[in-house]
Design a protein around this ligand. Structure first.
Ligand code: NDP
Ligand code: MG
Length: 405
């Protein structure tokens, strides 16, 4: 990752107020971002919002923050511009996202759209030289090499929002990446940490959506249950920090207090700790390098009892190995794994696939794809389309073993 310089006016008593566009403002990360902005009105100004389908929430947000732009991306949803506050321009679709993130009024773009749909806005923001606070990890999984190369070429900052990557970013402050021996990403283990493979064959969508420590959108919650989220995070870390796959470890830490570790070449280990609350990494990404009092929950040292650590169970959760394999091979693998997983998670949520079929389908599609070590963005988009179709074919020819609810 590029060394990040300060955004704060050093000689001024009045700090800069950053102008922020939030892509995916109606989701879990989006609403947490707006809560941070609400608590830091002198430092953060919301100038753009995007939603896919939830217009009522988008309207509420538009009236509260009075942004310069709002964008609706679902072509099936209509919004009467008269319902927006005065001075707020309504934009539509991917072209609207591009116009919004490239506007002069925007300093920082928070990418909180879920899935590969987040790539276009991230790419456009970087092309326009904006700072990007990256929540949308799928963008880095599918096109990490090209996205980080573009950020370097445009001298843009890519600041992590994902809690593990933010923890690493914080622990790295002031150190050179050359001094890093390895990083250790922590994971809660999800709702099925103690289950056997036989038990996993029968889990329902409701059970998979019951995460023990984090409240998040549906797709990432299923990814956390399969441990695919950790696999995607290994790939995300590989690109964000320019590390090799064998420098990235994963440890299960069910309490979700320690958000990751950095081990340096001299044996010192630095970690970042806080309760599971995304408002802290979001705020840090937006106020970096400053730390300010904010809305995130604080640790209650009196109530703390124990922090435990376990090795991940690769037999029961084969997704994690897929992540390592893709982080090692690069090329088209990330686009294929990401799209196959998105299609498989959608299949599971629709009741078309069993829980254990998610990593099975991803493995089958990854193994059958035509590998290219140096794809273009257009070739990655083609891989994405192909992998989604392959999962649909996989679903149509695999006998249904979905548990009844
Ligand atoms: P949510 O499902 O809660 O929100 C997704 C957002 O994206 C919503 O605003 C939704 O709009 C919008 N959206 C959905 N589909 C599209 C589309 N096709 N085009 C444009 N916009 C779309 O997800 P999360 O907030 O949980 O996650 C967002 C991203 O952040 C993901 O990449 C996730 O991996 C990452 N992340 C999330 C964490 C969390 O704690 N939630 C932690 C770390 C990373 P609408 O609601 O209007 O339909
Ligand atoms: Mg995470």
């Amino acid at each position: 990752m590029r060394p990040v310089s300060t955004d704060v006016a050093v000689n001024s008593t009045k700090p800069l107020r950053k102008r922020v566009a939030v892509l995916g403002s109606t989701g879990s990360i989006g609403t947490s971002t707006l809560h941070v902005a609400e608590c830091l009105p002198e430092r953060l100004q919301i100038v753009g919002l995007s939603a896919h389908s939830r217009i009522d929430l988008l309207l509420e947000q538009a009236h509260q923050f009075r942004p310069r732009f709002v964008c609706l991306t679902d072509p099936k949803v209509e919004l009467d511009p008269c319902r927006l506050p005065s001075g707020c321009e309504l934009l539509h679709g991917p072209a609207g996202i591009i116009r919004m993130v490239q506007a002069d009024e925007v300093d920082v773009v928070v990418t909180a759209i879920v899935g590969a749909a987040g790539l276009e806005g991230t790419w456009a923001a970087l092309e326009a030289g904006k700072t990007v606070a990256v929540a949308n990890k799928e963008t880095l999984v599918l096109a990490g090499a090209l996205v980080t190369e573009l950020a370097a070429r445009k001298r843009c900052k890519l600041i992590p929002v994902d809690s593990e990557h933010s923890a690493i970013f914080q622990a790295l402050a002031g150190s050179s990446l050359a001094q890093v021996e390895r990083i250790v990403l922590t994971g809660s283990g999800g709702p099925f940490r103690t289950k056997t493979r036989t038990e996993l064959a029968h889990v329902t969508v409701e059970e998979a959506l019951r995460h023990p420590t984090w409240s998040m959108g549906r797709k990432i919650t299923i990814d956390s249950a399969t441990l695919m989220n950790k696999a995607l995070e290994v790939i995300e870390a590989r690109w964000l920090f320019g590390l090799q796959a064998d420098q990235i470890d994963v440890v299960i830490h069910p309490q979700s207090i320690i958000h990751s570790f950095v081990e340096f070449c001299d044996g010192a280990v630095l970690a970042q700790l806080s309760p599971p609350d995304m408002r802290l990494p979001i705020q840090y990404a937006l106020t970096y390098p400053e730390r300010l009092p904010g809305p995130a929950k604080k640790l209650s040292w009196r109530d703390l009892r124990e922090w435990t650590f376990e090795q991940p169970d690769h037999e029961t959760f084969p997704s994690l190995q897929l992540g390592y394999e893709v982080a090692r091979r690069g090329g088209t693998c990330g686009a294929v794994l990401n799209a196959a997983n998105e299609a498989a998670v959608a299949g599971f949520l629709n009741g078309e696939m069993a829980f254990l079929d998610i990593p099975r389908a991803c493995r089958a599609v990854l193994d059958h794809h035509e590998f290219d070590p140096t794809p273009t963005l257009a070739e990655l988009a083609a891989c994405d389309r192909w992998a989604r179709q392959e999962v649909r074919r996989w679903i149509s020819r695999t006998p249904r073993t979905v548990p009844t609810r």
